[in-house]
Every structure is written in C-alpha cells, then in structure tokens.
Design a protein around this ligand. Sequence first.
Ligand SMILES: NCc1cccc(NC(=O)c2cccc3[nH]c(C(N)=O)cc23)c1
Length: 232
Amino acid sequence: ILGGYEARPHLRPYMASLQLDGQHVCGGFLIAEQWVLSAAHCTEGTNGQLFQVLLGAHSLTEPEPHKRLYRVRAQIAHPGSNIHNNRDDLLLLQLEEKAELNAHVKVLPFQREDRDVEADTMCEAAGWGTVTHSGRRPDKLQQVERPVISRELCNHRTRHDQTITEKMMCTDSRKKDTCKGDSGGPLVCNGVAEGVVTAGSRVCGNYKKPAIYTRIAPYAAWIDGVMASAAG
Ligand SMILES: NCc1cccc(NC(=O)c2cccc3[nH]c(C(N)=O)cc23)c1
C-alpha cells in the first residue's frame, strides 16, 4: 500500500496473508470458514506450490494471540484467468480445516448484487504490499482509502484504454494506491467486499494508471459452485 497508514490492529479480521516459505506473497480474505478469496495472478512463478494462509495477524513477524498459519487443501483459479490479461483474476483457496473464528478472525461478506459501485464512493484497501516505490515491505498491515472512478474514465485512452470490462472496477491511484503484494486483497466499500485487488499494469501510485479490481458480484455463482462442490 503506497501513501497509506498502519491499520488499527485486528479491525480487519478477514485479512489473509498468502505465504510461501514464510514469506508474504499476496493478500486475500476469508469469505467462509474454510475458504479464502484472492487473485489468480498470485500463483505466477510459484510452479504449483501451495500457499500457506496466515489469519488473525497484524504483524507478519511478531507473536500475536489468534494468529495462525493454515495449510491449503486446494487452490482453484478461475478457469478464465491467464497470464496475458487481468480477466477473471480470482483464486479460491480451501483451507485444510475450518478456520477458528474469533475477534481476530472473521468472514467478510462479499457483494452479490451485480451493480457498479458509484463513482466517488470512498472504499478501503488493506494489505502487506510494498509501501515505497523502492519496494519496502511493511511488517504491519497497512490501509488506504480510495475513491472509485467511473469505468468510462478508467477506460480513457490515457488511462487503461478500453481494457476495463464490466467485471472490473477502478479507484484513483494518485499517490495513494495498492501495490506489489496487495494483489488478492479486498476493496471494501461500506463494509462489503466489492472487488479483489489485481496487479493490472503493475504500476503503483501513478494517476495515469488507476488501480484495477476484479468485481466480485459477477462471480458469485462461480464462487458458490466451487465451495459447494468441494464441501464435505
Ligand atoms: N496499483 C495497482 C497494483 C496493485 C497490485 C499490485 C501492483 N503491482 C505489482 O504487483 C507489481 C509491481 C511492480 C513489479 C511487479 N512484479 C510483479 C510480479 N508478479 O513479478 C508484480 C509487480 C499494482
């Protein structure tokens, strides 16, 4: 997160850190007791290695009550996701067991009504992604408030030039923005997860490249289907 600040500890008990060999790679969030939603691009370069999912954390390194690392039983990328574009950039992770829910570990509801969030709506992104252009990584969860911008503005030829589909949304990226390692985290508007951070053009903090999110509502049926088929 660029231009943000340290989150109030455990005020976002749905936040997950997707890790490989104890290293934070991407964000994610708890959508059900045994399921975390993140971004398919996060599996790039992991050559099929399964993540471990850290829940209940504020600091990535310090011991904290209710902080717990979960093994992953299955990782399901959306069938439409690919490395060449940002379409269908969603990843479902089934934990080896149901997460123990408590004050520090909670499920975040996601938007099921497929309607655009109005431009200028203030939303929040959080993550352990880089906090400087030089790539400094924070130990503690960061957050930033960003206004939604219209798809029309986001698709302007000087911005993302017609690549933003109706299954994506954008926020202003002037100075304050999501960045490397924030991918997979939720964009929360009025307490509901409306989007999932995607790296998009990978640029951070440049107003000419607004932040891109995969809207969740269009994928509610896919998400429900995967969770139902793996249940039991
Ligand atoms: N503000 C939009 C936004 C949101 C989330 C992430 C990012 N930027 C990256 O993720 C990124 C940036 C730079 C080099 C990178 N290399 C890789 C990689 N996977 O090798 C990713 C990146 C940008």
